[in-house]
Design a protein around this ligand. Structure first.
Ligand code: G6P
Length: 493
């Protein structure tokens, strides 16, 4: 059983005291890895705590993950997303490579005109089947995007109209992405897309559909030809699936080379977590910092601010990754978790957020560890002066949170000692984005191991789905509570 005893080895010093006592802190708590600087110096993490941490259970868990053992005990399966990046059992790695070949072949076929003149792709999926592709395309496809990509997730008809309105049915390919191929929103939206193609007079609307799924038989049943079904392993979790065929729209829009570079960036982090000692292991250090605040100091949330418009979807991507993975109350053996598990992750973009929520961060009563994610190199064709100001603002916020400012006027007093992590990418490219996302995956995994919980199931979302079905059936609806029944009546449903 992993131990959180390292938290006890942490002196309750302020950040100012930690810097004063340790002239090498700025240097030693910042790590450069794959073109990314991870700076933990402005956290309360200490050398003592890191030294007191016993990494063995973590490395054992990591070895089981990479060996393709059954680590998702509640669902009786492995978690094989690392196999997509070349780490796993030989069979899983070979199968993932084979599936990537099919993905590449399909991209080539689209480019060779097998579907006619295609200019756009409608990617339909939700949760893990949408957030990853949306992030990749939005982050990397701003200037070079070769196809217009619209990601449609919500069941709301207005979302459907908006997405369809930006595409031309005559030249659009529709990718239906669902691990289970049973998700209500996705199937409903797939029907809407089919109707849209039919309504526009597309000759063979089913011929324009591609399925991306771990349940190929269901996609075939839906009417999609086997040759256009890209599959991935059921052991790849939804929120860990952007490395698999789920990344198809990104591979198409950005090119397969970019997609492969993203996988390579992630593989670099896979290697790193296995090899690096604790005081250099970046995802593990981040997890130790997280637990310092949740378990050690009662922080209930943590906030991530992307100081780069290209990464504006990162906070919502991370919300699913972190909270669906570690928002649990019981340990793997079913016993209650010892203390808080995942922090509530929230965030936004800088500098917008500075003018909206930073008041609370600087002077509010909550302890909120903050994370800044920025890119040193400006995006192509961006005004360097804008970029300079963006970065200066980012660094100023970290400094202000830590340093504070003393005033006799309590309204103008800034207590300081508020922690932050800064992640600075040299440049935003497929490899660095892949590394960044894999860093977050491994941090989430490390946290789960230390808490003794299973990050790979998500039973919490099932109850609501069951109830949504039951509420639509007059017989079972009668069994609902009076408040809910009154709402249904009021809405005229
Ligand atoms: O890919 P699908 O099977 O359609 O699932 C889509 C999403 O919905 C589920 O409810 C889960 O909460 C997510 O983990 C999953 O990513």
């Amino acid at each position: 059983m992993p131990s959180l005893a390292f938290l006890g080895a942490q002196p309750q010093s302020t950040l100012a005291e930690l810097f004063a006592a340790d002239p090498a802190r700025a240097e030693d708590f910042a790590h450069d890895l794959g073109g990314i600087r991870f700076d933990f110096a402005k956290t309360h993490l200490t050398r003592e705590a890191i030294a007191a941490f016993d990494p063995e259970p973590y490395h054992d868990a990591l070895a089981r993950l990479f060996a393709g053992e059954v680590v998702n005990l509640t669902e009786g399966r492995a978690a094989e997303h690392p196999a997509e990046r070349g780490f796993g059992s030989p069979d899983a790695v070979a199968l993932a490579a084979q599936r990537h070949n099919r993905l590449r072949a399909l991209v080539d076929a689209v480019e060779a005109g097998a579907f006619g003149d295609i200019t756009g792709i409608l990617h339909i999926g939700i949760g893990g089947s949408a957030l990853g592709p949306a992030l990749l395309v939005d982050a990397l496809g701003r200037t070079e995007r070769r196809y217009r990509v619209e990601v449609l997730s919500n069941i709301d008809g207005q979302a459907v109209d908006e997405a369809l309105g930006r595409l031309d049915p005559a030249t659009t390919l529709v990718a239906i992405a669902s691990k289970t191929f049973t998700t209500a929103e996705t199937l409903r939206n797939a029907d809407a897309a089919l109707a849209w193609l039919e309504g526009a007079g597309v000759e063979d609307p089913y011929g324009r559909l591609i399925a991306i799924t771990a349940a190929p038989e269901k996609a075939i049943e839906f009417g999609i030809d086997e040759t256009r079904v890209l599959s991935f392993a059921p052991s790849v979790g939804g929120r860990y699936s952007l490395w698999s065929a789920i990344g198809f729209p990104a591979a198409l829009a950005l090119g397969t080379e970019a997609f492969e570079a993203m996988l390579d960036g992630a593989a670099m982090i896979d290697e790193h977590v296995v090899e690096a000692p604790t005081d250099q292991n970046v995802p593990l250090l981040a997890a130790l910092a997280d637990l310092t605040y949740t378990q050690g100091r009662g922080a209930e949330t943590r906030a991530v601010f992307a100081y780069d418009e290209r990464l504006r979807l990162l906070p919502s991507y991370l919300q699913q990754l972190v909270m669906e993975s570690n928002g649990k109350s019981v340990r793997l053996d079913g016993s209650p978790a010892a203390g808080p598990t995942s922090a509530i992750l929230w965030g936004g973009t800088g500098t917008d957020a500075q003018h909206a929520v930073f008041q609370l961060l600087h002077q509010g009563t909550h302890l909120v560890p903050v994370e800044f994610v920025a890119v040193a190199e400006a995006a192509d064709e961006q005004d360097p002066a804008h970029h300079r100001e963006l970065l200066l603002n980012c660094f100023a916020q970290g400094a202000a949170l830590m340093t504070g400012r003393v005033s006799d006027d309590p309204h103008r007093h800034y207590p300081g000692d508020r922690p932050s992590i800064t992640i600075l990418l040299e440049d935003l490219d497929p490899a660095s984005l892949g590394a960044l996302i894999a860093f977050y995956e491994h941090r989430t995994f490390a946290e789960a191991v230390l808490l003794g919980i299973n990050p790979f199931d998500q039973f919490g979302v099932e109850l609501g789905k069951d109830m949504a079905r039951a509420i639509d059936d007059p017989d079972t609806r009668a069994g609902f509570d009076p408040s809910t029944r009154a709402l249904i009546e009021k809405a005229g449903l």
